[in-house]
Design a protein around this ligand. Structure first.
Ligand SMILES: [Zn+2]
Length: 263
């Protein structure tokens, strides 16, 4: 076993023993499952090996307690063929039905949506503060959170509540395609606001930054008063995003192999 290094933990800012952290929780993609993935830097099949020494043990524990344990319970059970969150929505009554989605309330179905918000923000933050090694040896390109990076860090560290101009949308994808592809947080293209989306094991998360986020989206915040969670058919968007990431990757390949330092 390699010795754990001492360093400054980027979440709490303290000098501590640094543990090996995962970008994507391992339980989401066990070795037995061959899934397709796509990022601006790489694509292929297999589970993510994205891990590096990053956080202290206390902050790893915080990520687990405030986000991952609830999310994994609902979307990554030990029996891999099951998708408990999808099954739960199928048995529940939606609060709203539109052609685009069914909207449920986490309060009705006993799902802690605040933990989903924390999980989504922890993943986006991890994707912003460093680059991560992917299964094929390439590295992710850090996303840019701009002025929101520090408020998100403070929220994740437990120093502040969720800032009022950050919104997290959670959608359970009912199509098979979305349940067999994953992609890391990437900017949402072609919209007049700032948002990052990612797909994990049939759940699409979107993080919106800024008070210019459309009111309709603000009202569907999973951490807002309605604790919203949606069911959507996502196949077309999944395929389009997948194709776009592959195209970006072709253009970026020449510069994508250099790992960037933690900033
Ligand atoms: Zn820490």
């Amino acid at each position: 076993m390699t010795e754990r290094p001492i360093g400054i933990c980027p979440l709490c800012g303290l000098e501590k023993t640094i543990h090996e952290s995962h970008f994507i929780p391992n339980a989401l993609y066990p070795d037995a499952i061959e899934l397709e993935y796509a990022t601006p830097a790489s694509s292929g099949t297999g589970g993510p090996q994205a891990k590096k020494h990053l956080l202290c043990g206390d902050c790893e524990h915080l990520f687990n307690r405030n986000g991952e344990s609830e999310v994994l319970w609902h979307i990554a059970p030990k029996t891999q063929k099951k998708f408990p969150l999808h099954d739960l929505l199928k048995q529940s009554s939606p609060r709203e039905i539109t052609p685009a989605y069914l909207r449920f309330s986490g309060k009705d179905i006993g799902v802690k949506m605040d933990h989903f918000a924390y999980f989504a923000l922890s993943l986006v933050w991890r994707g912003a503060i460093t680059s991560w090694p992917m299964p094929d040896g390439n590295y992710t390109t850090p996303i840019r959170l701009g002025n929101y990076q520090e408020p998100i860090r403070r929220f994740l560290a437990g120093e502040t509540p969720l800032p009022p101009d950050i919104f997290v949308i959670v959608c359970v994808c009912i199509d098979q395609e979305s349940q067999s592809v994953w992609y890391e947080p990437a900017p949402v293209q072609g919209v007049p606001y700032t948002a990052f989306g990612f797909l994990m094991r049939g759940v699409y998360f979107r993080v919106h930054l800024g008070s210019d986020t459309p009111k309709d989206i603000q009202n569907r915040n999973c951490a807002g008063p309605f604790k919203a969670i949606h069911a959507i058919h996502f196949e077309r968007d999944t395929l389009e995003t997948h194709a776009r990431l592959k195209e970006t990757q072709r253009r970026a390949r020449s510069t994508s192999s250099v790992p960037l330092a933690i900033t």
